[in-house]
Design a protein. Structure first.
Length: 118
């Protein structure tokens, strides 16, 4: 089992940057993949970005390509999401997730709020 805790959310203006962190604890050596998802107000949760733990490989939603960068620090068991050129449409609760294998994500954090004002 893995426990996930997100941090780094906040209120920013359009064009600003934020870096989210997701700290994993527990059986972190078993992690195969981690990802970021978000849920905008009144909408369903959507995929943002994912990263394979070893070897590193990344994937992004079209809406964030070129603006967001996902990374991980295995030694710290932490995943990051660097968000640049933020837009009001990026406003959402951001969740991190992890899985020990391909398929569904098995573990989820509680989420962190990101609000981008225009």
């Amino acid at each position: 089992q893995v426990q996930l805790v997100e941090s780094g959310g906040g209120l920013v203006q359009a064009g600003d940057s934020l870096r989210l962190s997701c700290a994993a604890s527990g059986r972190t050596s078993m992690i195969y993949r981690m990802g970021w998802f978000r849920q905008p107000p009144g909408k369903e949760r959507e995929f943002v970005a994912a990263i394979l733990w070893r070897p590193v490989n990344t994937r992004y939603a079209d809406s964030v390509k070129g603006r967001f960068t996902i990374s991980r620090d295995i030694a710290k068991s932490t995943m990051y999401l660097q968000m640049d050129s933020l837009k009001p449409d990026d406003t959402a609760v951001y969740y991190c997730a992890a899985s020990f294998q391909k398929g569904e994500y098995e573990y989820w954090g509680e989420g962190t709020q990101v609000t981008v004002s225009s």
